[in-house]
Design a protein. Structure first.
Length: 305
């Protein structure tokens, strides 16, 4: 699947992943009002509104981008109807030829980690059939339980030719409370990066591994170090735009071939219609505003090469 991701990036010339992270407050009022009118003030209405909102954004941007990244918590908050909206979103994006990165940040051990991996990337045996659960192409994984928590994902990746992105240095302000702590004079995130490179060496696609890393755009100097530690690792870069990361901050994450990184934007794209810059689109043009935000982001990133 890493090969398909790279192929999509080359085709679109846009190392961009759209974070489909819907809060109900992001959904245009007319979409929510319609869902509530049909299903009442229920979780089912919330799930229906989120799905309709997502579909509009996907339809408007799918020809411009290589991948999407739905954050499962934004769907879980609406219970079963939210999970159904998540699954419909995953399936629809795959129908459109997009690579789907499930932002699930799972990390456990033994049979629990295996169950997460099977549920999101693999297939479960039911009688004579093997059936997919959520069926994303990649998922995000928390490595802080060690190899016991990551190896089950790698095993499923090898079997299904899918991938993971391991949290190495995250974009949030308090990430340094643990990730920057020194161990024998070196920050923990460097040690995790070395482990990611080690895991990835046994799980290569072509030029890049099926085992990727998450490194925030808000820490470009750390990104420069990690790029050297993980030369064959694809880096998923959150933190661009709404969290303060700029195009100039992104350059260290890419290799000389112009590949090696894919940059996430969530609110900056899916809530573009709420920004003054795109106000002319209005609520009814929220999807068109998202499309223009993707074009602007693509142009911004291309300026660093």
């Amino acid at each position: 699947m890493i090969n398909k991701l790279i192929e999509n990036i080359k085709k679109t010339e846009a190392p961009i992943v759209v974070g489909l992270d819907p809060m109900l407050g992001y959904v245009p009022k007319y979409i929510l009002d319609k869902a509530v009118k049909e299903q009442g003030e229920t979780l089912e209405a919330a799930g229906a509104a989120v799905w309709e909102y997502n579909k509009g954004i996907i339809d408007a941007t799918c020809d411009l981008i290589p991948a999407v990244k739905p954050q499962i918590a934004m769907y879980e908050q609406f219970g079963i109807p939210g999970i159904e909206a998540f699954k419909k979103t995953v399936d629809y994006c795959k129908e459109k030829g997009l690579v789907v990165i499930g932002d699930i940040k799972r990390g456990d051990i033994g049979s629990t980690s295996t169950a997460y991996a099977v549920g999101h990337l693999g297939k479960v045996q039911i009688g004579s059939k093997k059936l997919s659960g959520f069926d994303e192409d990649f998922v995000t994984v928390n490595p802080y339980l060690g190899s016991d928590g990551v190896n089950p994902f790698i095993d499923v990746c090898k079997e299904e030719k899918k991938g993971i992105f391991v949290l190495v240095k995250t974009s949030n302000p308090s990430s340094g409370e643990f990730q920057d702590k020194k161990i024998n004079g070196r920050p923990l995130y460097e040690i995790v990066g070395e482990k990611v490179a080690e895991w990835g060496a046994g799980c290569m696609g072509g030029s890049y591994s099926y085992v990727g890393a998450v490194v925030g755009a808000t820490y470009p100097e750390m990104g420069k170090v990690l790029r050297k530690i993980m030369p064959k690792t694809y880096i998923l870069v959150p933190g661009y735009g709404a969290q303060g990361g700029t195009a100039a901050d992104l350059k260290p994450y890419f290799n000389e071939d112009g590949l090696g990184a894919i940059v996430n934007s969530s609110r900056g794209i899916i809530c573009a219609y709420k920004q003054e810059k795109y106000a002319q689109y209005g609520e009814s043009g929220y999807a068109e505003a998202s499309r223009q935000a993707v074009i602007d982001m693509k142009n911004d990133i291309s300026s660093i090469f």
